[in-house]
Design a binder for this molecule. Structure first.
Ligand SMILES: NC(=O)c1ccc[n+]([C@@H]2O[C@H](COP(=O)([O-])OP(=O)(O)OC[C@H]3O[C@@H](n4cnc5c(N)ncnc54)[C@H](OP(=O)(O)O)[C@@H]3O)[C@@H](O)[C@H]2O)c1
Length: 296
């Protein structure tokens, strides 16, 4: 049986990756978490290099799906040293520890490695991040492939899925503005491809299965949903799906404040689709399932 370690398994994406591997009888899976280490997850702080080496020596996984990160652009901008330590240095340490036990690492990355001026982006297009988050994730990708060129990175865009609270994802958070009738402006400038975490979980599992069967998944991969929407478009779609008025939400055509954001980082997923087969979920068909448990 193959064994997977999933870092960040308590997070929005990690929970879905864990579920995908759990559902495949060919895999034993161990989930790592830091502050939310419950429901069978192991408590492990990736900032402790020695403990990471010991953990990999003890568990001896076949693959490591590395989803743990600081992923909030405004936090990354304000805490550059912490962001570098977690997103880059700890990723490098993890890859060294994985290499020592012959494990393959899939580093979860972001479309924010691009500047958003010339979409769609192919995996070999030159990255040019606009903010500290994108810089740090590019640094994590580079470390992953430098430590072992046989490793891989999977870039994904804005994610949504089952949340502990609406604010947990930048997509479901939009629904808070539907629940509050105060007039508000919503970003209608940045073009996104909202992607369901369960679909990314399937993408990770398929890449890992290809890797263990043929060692053929090295390098950069792109995966995303196939619907282009601004946050304003998502707000209107959510309002229709859950039956809430959205007339108090106004489109904002200006770039959002805070850390600089790219305009349109749509990813070219042709290479992924030639290798794997993941049917993309339709935003309007599934978003209601994740919002309804949080409605009053
Ligand atoms: N969310 C998005 O829209 C999005 C878009 C593109 C790419 N991504 C990428 O997808 C990956 C997963 O994102 P996400 O949204 O699932 O993030 P998330 O919900 O914020 O979860 C972050 C995870 O990292 C863990 N973590 C944080 N600090 C840690 C440390 N020092 N040691 C060990 N674990 C630590 C957290 O554990 P605890 O909570 O238990 O402390 C949590 O499980 C990230 O690499 C991110 O860059 C996310």
């Amino acid at each position: 049986m193959n064994k997977a370690i999933v870092t960040g398994a308590s997070g929005l994406l990690g929970r879905a990756i864990l579920k995908s591997f759990d559902a495949d009888p060919g895999w034993e899976v161990v989930g790592l978490a830091k502050s939310r280490a419950r429901d069978g997850l192991l408590c492990h702080d990736l900032l402790h290099a020695d403990a990471t080496e010991e953990l990999l020596q003890r568990e001896r996984p076949t693959v490591v799906i590395h989803a743990a990160a600081e992923r909030k652009p405004d936090v990354c901008e304000g805490r550059p040293e912490f962001t570098q330590a977690l997103n880059v240095t700890a990723s490098s340490t993890l890859c060294e520890a994985a290499k020592a036990v012959d494990a393959w690492v899939l580093f979860i990355s972001t479309d924010y490695v691009f500047d958003g001026t010339q979409p769609p982006y192919h995996p070999r297009d030159t990255p040019h991040p606009l903010n500290a988050y994108g810089e740090s994730k590019l640094g994590g990708e580079e470390a992953t492939l430098r430590v072992n060129p046989g490793n891989a990175a999977l870039r994904v865009p804005i994610l949504y899925g089952e949340v502990e609270r609406l604010e947990e994802s930048a997509v479901t958070e939009i629904a808070c503005s539907l629940l509050d009738s105060t007039p508000v402006k919503m970003d209608h400038w940045a073009v996104r491809r909202p992607t369901l975490v369960d679909d990314v979980g399937s993408a990770c599992l398929q890449l890992a299965n290809h890797q263990v069967s043929s060692q053929s998944c090295r390098g950069i991969w792109h995966f995303s949903g196939d619907e282009s929407m601004t946050k304003y478009d998502m707000a209107l779609a959510m309002g229709r799906v859950i039956g809430l008025d959205s007339s108090h939400i106004e489109p904002d055509e200006q770039p959002p404040p805070g850390a600089p954001r790219p305009h349109d980082c749509s990813l070219d997923c042709a290479e992924f689709d030639a290798r794997c087969s993941v049917v993309r979920s339709s935003f309007t068909s599934v978003i209601g399932d994740f919002l309804r448990p949080h409605l009053p």
